[in-house]
Write a protein that binds this ligand. Structure first.
Ligand SMILES: Cc1cc2nc3c(=O)[nH]c(=O)nc-3n(C[C@H](O)[C@H](O)[C@H](O)COP(=O)(O)O)c2cc1C
Length: 351
C-alpha cells in the first residue's frame, strides 16, 4: 500500500513538503476515532522478547526514530502509534533558527538515500519544552530522547554554553540526552569532536547540579567520516568520563559508490548523505567503537537500516539499540513493525 500508492504520491512533492504532509496526516488520523483504531491495530505488535532495559530505563523495543525527523517534538503521539520503542527529538538549539535556505533536502531514489543540509532548523529549546510539557507521558509508550546542539551564530569557544542551556531546559522532560557534534551542516560543528572541545562540553554537562541530583544518560553522536585514530581518541574520552554511550553515526559527506549520476550529485552540492549508501561506513564505525568502548557503556547504531536483517546485523555487531530515518521514508510506516517482528523471530530461532 505505502510503496504502491502513498510513496509515489508523497514523492510528487518536494521532500520537505511531503515530510510535513505525511506527519500532519498521521496526527489527523489519530484524532478521528475510527481511523485511530484502525491505525493502532495496523501498527500494533507485541513480541515476548522485545523489551530492553538500559541505564535503568525500560525500552518497549529496540527500534528507535533517529534525530532530525521530529526536531521540534510536534509529532510524538503519531510516531509513538507507529510502534517505535524510542523517539529522539531535536537537534534543538537554545534559540530558534531557520536553518539553510531551500532547497536543502534531496532524494537519491536510485541509491535509496537522502542528502540534506537542513542546518539545524528548529523552533528553539523553549518551544520544544512547552510541547513536551503538554504531552501526556502516560499515553506514550516510547522512551523520549533529547538531541542537543548549538546555534549557528555561537562561536565554537562558547558552544559548551549552548549545550548546557538545552540540557538544563530539557532535563525534566526527556529520558536521555544526545550531544550532537557531528552534523555536517553547521559550519565548524564537527571540529567540536576533537578531544579538548568535547571534554569541555561533556564535563560541563556532567558537572551541573542538575546532573548530580538526577543523572540522566548522556550519549555522544559521532560522524562516520572520522578516522579510526580519531575514534580511538573519542572512545577513550568517553571511557574516562561518566558518559553513557555513543551513537554511531550521523550522515556522511562522502559521495563514494553512488549509482546516481555524478552530474546530479554535483548539482545538489553540500550536505550529509544518509540511507543505504551510509550503511557500510556506519557499520565500520560501529565495529571500531564496539571494540574499544567499555562494556558498561551502550551503543545506539544508526545508518542505512531498511530491514530486520540490517537491524540484526548491527545488534550482533555490538549495538544495544538501533535507529532509523531514511529507510523509514523509503519503506513507510509498517517498517517499524516489520523490523520488530523480524528481530523477534530471530531471537526465537536463536533461543
Ligand atoms: C533530513 C535529515 C535531517 C537530520 N537531522 C538530524 C539532526 O537534526 N540531528 C542529528 O543528530 N541527526 C540528524 N540526522 C541524521 C540522522 O539522525 C541519522 O543519524 C542519519 O540519517 C543516518 O541514519 P539513516 O541512514 O537511517 O538515515 C538527519 C538526517 C536527515 C536525513
Amino acid at each position: 500500500m505505502y510503496r504502491l500508492f502513498i510513496r509515489p504520491l508523497l514523492f510528487l512533492f518536494a521532500p520537505e513538503t511531503s515530510h510535513h504532509l505525511a506527519l500532519k496526516a498521521l496526527s489527523l488520523c489519530l484524532k478521528i476515532p475510527l481511523l485511530s483504531q484502525v491505525m493502532r491495530s495496523t501498527f500494533s505488535y507485541s513480541g515476548t522478547h522485545e523489551q530492553k532495559t538500559l541505564w535503568g530505563i525500560t525500552f518497549p523495543n529496540v527500534v528507535g526514530l533517529a534525530a532530525g525527523f521530529d526536531k521540534d517534538g510536534k509529532y510524538i503521539k503519531g510516531l509513538d502509534a507507529l510502534g517505535f520503542g524510542f523517539i529522539e527529538v531535536g537537534t534543538v538549539t537554545p534559540l530558534p533558527q531557520d536553518g539553510n535556505p531551500n532547497p536543502r533536502l534531496f532524494r537519491l531514489k536510485q541509491d535509496r538515500g537522502l542528502i540534506n543540509r537542513m542546518g539545524f532548523n528548529n523552533e528553539g529549546v523553549d518551544a520544544l519544552v512547552n510541547r513536551l510539557k503538554s504531552l501526556d507521558r502516560d499515553k506514550i509508550s516510547a522512551v523520549i530522547g533529547g538531541n542537543i546542539g548549538k546555534n549557528k551564530v555561537t562561536p565554537n569557544e562558547e558552544a559548551h554554553l549552548d549545550y548546557l542551556k538545552c540540557f538544563e531546559a530539557l532535563h525534566p522532560y526527556v529520558d536521555y540526552f544526545v550531544v550532537n557534534v557531528s552534523s555536517p551542516n553547521t559550519p565548524g560543528l564537527r571540529a567540536l569532536q576533537d578531544r579538548d572541545s568535547l571534554e569541555l562540553i561533556l564535563t560541563t554537562l556532567l558537572d551541573t547540579e542538575t546532573h548530580r541530583h538526577s543523572a540522566k544518560p548522556i550519549l555522544l553522536k559521532i560522524s562516520p567520516d572520522l578516522t579510526q585514530a580519531a575514534i580511538t581518541d573519542i572512545v577513550d574520552l568517553v571511557n574516562s568520563l561518566q558518559i553513557d554511550g555513543i551513537i554511531t553515526s550521523n550522515t556522511t559527506i562522502s559521495r563514494d559508490k553512488l549509482k546516481t549520476a555524478s552530474t546530479q550529485i554535483d548539482k545538489i552540492g553540500n550536505g550529509g548523505l544518509s540511507g543505504a549508501p551510509v550503511r557500510e561506513k556506519a557499520d565500520q564505525m560501529l565495529t571500531w567503537v564496539n571494540a574499544e568502548l567499555q562494556s558498561d557503556k551502550a551503543i545506539i547504531a544508526v545508518g542505512g537500516i531498511e530491514t530486520a536483517e540490517h537491524a540484526l546485523a548491527k545488534l550482533q555487531n555490538g549495538a544495544d539499540l538501533i535507529q532509523v530515518y531514511t529507510g523509514f521514508i523509503y519503506e513507510g510506516p509498517l517498517m517499524v513493525k516489520k523490523i520488530r517482528k523480524g528481530l523477534e523471530a530471530a531471537h526465537t530461532s536463536i533461543a
